[in-house]
Design a protein around this ligand. Sequence first.
Ligand SMILES: Cc1cc2nc3c(=O)[nH]c(=O)nc-3n(C[C@H](O)[C@H](O)[C@H](O)COP(=O)(O)OP(=O)(O)OC[C@H]3O[C@@H](n4cnc5c(N)ncnc54)[C@H](O)[C@@H]3O)c2cc1C
Length: 538
Amino acid sequence: MADTRFVETSLRAANQPPPLAGYDLFSENRPLVEALRREGDVAEEERCAAFGHLCGREPLELGRLANEHPPTLRTHDRFGERIDEVEFHPAWHGLLRLGVEHELHATAGGHVARAARFMTLAYAEAGVGCPLSMTYAAVPALRASAPELAEEWQPLLTSTAYDPGLRPLREKAGALCGMAMTERQGGSDVRANETVAEPAGDDYVLDGHKWFCSAPMSDAFLVLAQAPDGLTCFLLPRVLDDGSRNGFRIDRLKDKLGNRSNASAEIRLEGAVAHRVGDEGRGVATIMEMVVHTRLDCVLGSTALMRRAVAEATHHAAHRAAFGRLLSEQPLMQNVLADLCLDSEAATATALRLARAFDEDDHAFRRLAAAVSKYWICKQTPPLVAEALECLGGNGYVEESGLPRLFRESPLNSIWEGSGNVNCLDVLRAVEREPESLEAFHTELELARGANTHLDVALGQLAAELADEADLESRARRLVERLALCLQASLLVRHAPAEVADAFCATHLGGEGGRAYGTLPRAVDTAAIVERHRPRLG
Ligand SMILES: Cc1cc2nc3c(=O)[nH]c(=O)nc-3n(C[C@H](O)[C@H](O)[C@H](O)COP(=O)(O)OP(=O)(O)OC[C@H]3O[C@@H](n4cnc5c(N)ncnc54)[C@H](O)[C@@H]3O)c2cc1C
């Protein structure tokens, strides 16, 4: 029965829902809270809740402002000297400061708790995730391949002081690090990099260009360049010890579809001084330590976008009436919303399980699971956001609702850190060259065997797919999708409420769903699923 009193009241208020703001973004995300308790340190819950409370307020507005006032490039100062700086709106600095002060660029408190906080800020605004994530990922790469550089840089890269501005390291209280691999002639195929690194004493001098270099106001970058013995990784500071600017020129900023709060630049390296990280010729292997961490953050970022889309859609439907009844009580809308909730919950469970592999230094599991989850979760995000946007009707298409910004952001994580195909080919590489990663993945899947018939059948099909070595390259997406769905199902079967796990397995593995959202079969308890995901205000 519809609550007619409520409907009448909302109709008097022009039938518009209250803004979805002023609430605890973390605690109202029940699957995330449960995942933190399961995969991480429960002692971190209070800190996450306090952060969720904070992010559900002013940062939502800062996110809007930072996107409506995108960064601008200043190549020269008033005297005609090159400065190559990017100016950001104060809202960007406010959000980045928040991220640094709450250690989203570092691992204090563990990777799982950091993942929960990262997702909470990414709900409010995704752009600042880029420099936070690259800084978080640079430290392990430095530690693994250049301990002496790590000793110098790590205290600043993990500092909780947000200290923007280009100054020598000794004058800074905190620093950020970016990454520049992609060149004009090739991004996925970094072996085609043309930037040259000439040895010069203990260091190298780099000349060349980078076609995409995000967060160009960072204090240093991990870059790839061709040294005498092949492609090599370098740490390139923007300011040299004597205070002069390094040869890092910003040619222009990209005019991007989304992610507009963040700057992504085309740069030229002209005699730029850089320090070698790892051996010459080992550039790809060295930077892979960074990439596995940024892939985790792509998973977290996309999961956060899904969560926000689901929160906005379920909230709207709970307050908007049509044909005399709340949308949330209309069976077909319930079906759509519940279907969205399933993917959001599956992504959340996967994201935090993956983060645990980083806490446990489980290199085997994280190697494959990061690539598999990155492909699948990032790939699912745009259609999910598009459907959530439609749940808000015309309001969803209007900028003020926040959904258009979410929609424009949604394809990005699938492109960088290995675009869809490249990620899938990387999964094949891991399966072939690091069989222990597939073994660790299987061990996780087997934990759920016997709990759901659809999953048991799917595990058998997966084994057959893996055993068939013919035409693997063209079957890579098919294979990775199955790996991802089996992982998600295995997590939900063990940890989610029965209505969520059963519906997920029936539709995603058992063929009982359709190709669009809103095609769950009759038996699914859609109302219970939607209620679990709907944020409550106040
Ligand atoms: C907003 C934004 C910010 C970015 N910031 C950075 C940054 O800070 N640092 C940085 O280094 N890069 C950055 N990038 C670049 C990004 O990492 C690359 O765009 C990405 O790696 C893809 O490279 P590409 O653009 O050269 O595409 P290509 O390598 O030309 O690939 C084009 C398409 O072909 C597919 N493909 C490639 N090889 C194969 C194959 N063998 N088989 C089948 N399909 C294949 C890819 O999956 C992709 O879909 C950024 C990109 C964007 C959009």
